[in-house]
Design a protein around this ligand. Structure first.
Ligand code: NAD
Length: 355
């Protein structure tokens, strides 16, 4: 029996609903792969602010650093939108990523064959899409100084250092080596000095990976190319804000934002989370799609714990549920044989694993 300590951060909105389903699936895979998970819950986001006055209590960082991995739902909601910036749920999340040093956010966008009709693009354009967005996560404009706000002016700074670009570039090239060996680096080097540095450094790093074909693309063109011909991409390497936007765009190639998982990794503990937010508009209704979080749990098994067989079991069970026609509400109009709730979808996937 192999034991792992997992910190669960459920967060706000649909966070608790979708994390509960991922735990259900993890428990199913534990029973058939001789694994044991010890879960420890920690607070972050609006719920943490309500209880402690801080969206990221120190205890949460301590718990996370003492575990093998963090499984995270989502944070945020209108209730906390008028708080001072540093008290808001999103500030807690940014601080959490910085504290854990998770500089690389890996966002796979894979189109399930069963859902080729669910995309807003034509099936022939999206069938077979398999993109890995490698987004720098703890630098760029979300963290740059100076930043500020007066009554009539607001400003942020997009800044990257050579070292920050080098480490994320290595990460992307190493991932590409295990895939189709193509990296497209996305920037705005025609306008921004920070992007010209990005482009120069990525080109330098690429010399160490002669087997990988490197191309560069401006972010506005990349946004267009993603919907024009998404299959041209293998690994997309980009900075924090561009990656945030492009990966949401990529999610719609796949049919629903409720399908896409992510891994945030660095030198310490990794954080595994869906790419979507707390979806306050559907929270508490039992209709959220838990697949992105369940697939994030699979990424956690694969990348953080090296439990490849268990991760494969989860991925296969997700595919099976989709191919049998089970859909949550977000995908109800696409070849659904049965529309199910959040909890039913979790149970269906868990049952396929146990079988
Ligand atoms: P969102 O991703 O929460 O929701 C966008 C749309 O997608 C909504 O219509 C929502 O109902 C739908 N959706 C999202 N996840 C879904 C799921 N699993 N199943 C079905 N439908 C789903 O983005 P938003 O509305 O812009 O933001 C809501 C809150 O989430 C904000 O407070 C924002 O700051 C926060 N947020 C948090 C994170 C995070 O925790 N990592 C990321 C993005 C946004």
């Amino acid at each position: 029996m192999r034991n792992y300590k997992i910190t669960l951060i459920k967060g706000d909105g649909i966070g608790p609903e979708i994390v509960d389903e991922a735990v259900k699936v993890l428990d199913a895979v534990a029973s058939c792969c001789e694994l044991h998970f010890e879960y420890d819950e920690a607070l972050m986001g609006g719920c943490a602010y309500d209880i402690t006055g801080d969206p990221l209590p120190q205890e949460t960082i301590t718990k996370a650093l003492q575990s093998d991995a963090v499984l995270f739902g989502a944070i945020g909601g209108e209730k906390w939108d008028t708080l001072p910036r540093e008290k808001r749920p999103e500030s807690g999340l940014l601080r959490f990523r910085k504290e854990l040093g998770v500089y690389a956010n890996l966002r796979p966008a894979v189109v399930y064959d069963e859902l080729v009709n669910a995309s807003s693009l034509k099936p022939e354009i999206i069938k077979g899409v398999d993109i890995m967005v490698v987004r720098e996560l703890i630098g760029g404009i979300y963290f740059g100084e100076p930043k500020g706000r007066t009554e009539d002016k607001g400003w942020n700074t997009m800044v990257y250092t050579r070292d920050e670009i080098v480490r994320i570039a290595h990460h992307a090239f190493q991932i590409a080596m295990k895939r189709d060996k193509r990296v497209c680096s996305v920037d705005k080097a025609n306008v921004l000095d920070v992007s010209q540095l990005w482009r120069d450094v990525v080109t330098e790093v690429s010399a160490q990976y002669p087997e990988v074909k490197l191309t560069h693309m401006y972010v506005d063109n990349a946004a267009m190319q993603l919907v024009l011909n998404p299959k041209q991409f293998d690994v997309i390497l980009t900075g924090n804000i561009f990656g945030d936007i492009l990966s949401d765009e990529a999610s719609m190639l796949c049919g629903s934002i409720g399908l896409l998982p992510s891994a945030s990794v660095g030198d310490k503990i990794g954080v595994y989370e869906p790419i979507h937010g707390s979806a306050p508009d559907i929270a508490g209704q039992g209709i959220a799609n838990p697949i992105a979080t369940i697939a994030s749990a699979s990424m956690m098994l694969r990348f953080a714990l090296g439990e490849i067989q268990a991760a494969d079991k989860i991925d296969n069970a997700i595919k099976k549920a989709l191919s049998e026609g089970y859909r949550t509400g977000d995908l109800a109009q696409f070849d659904a044989k049965e529309v199910c709730s959040t909890s039913e979808m979790g149970s269906i996937i868990a049952n396929y694993i146990e079988r």
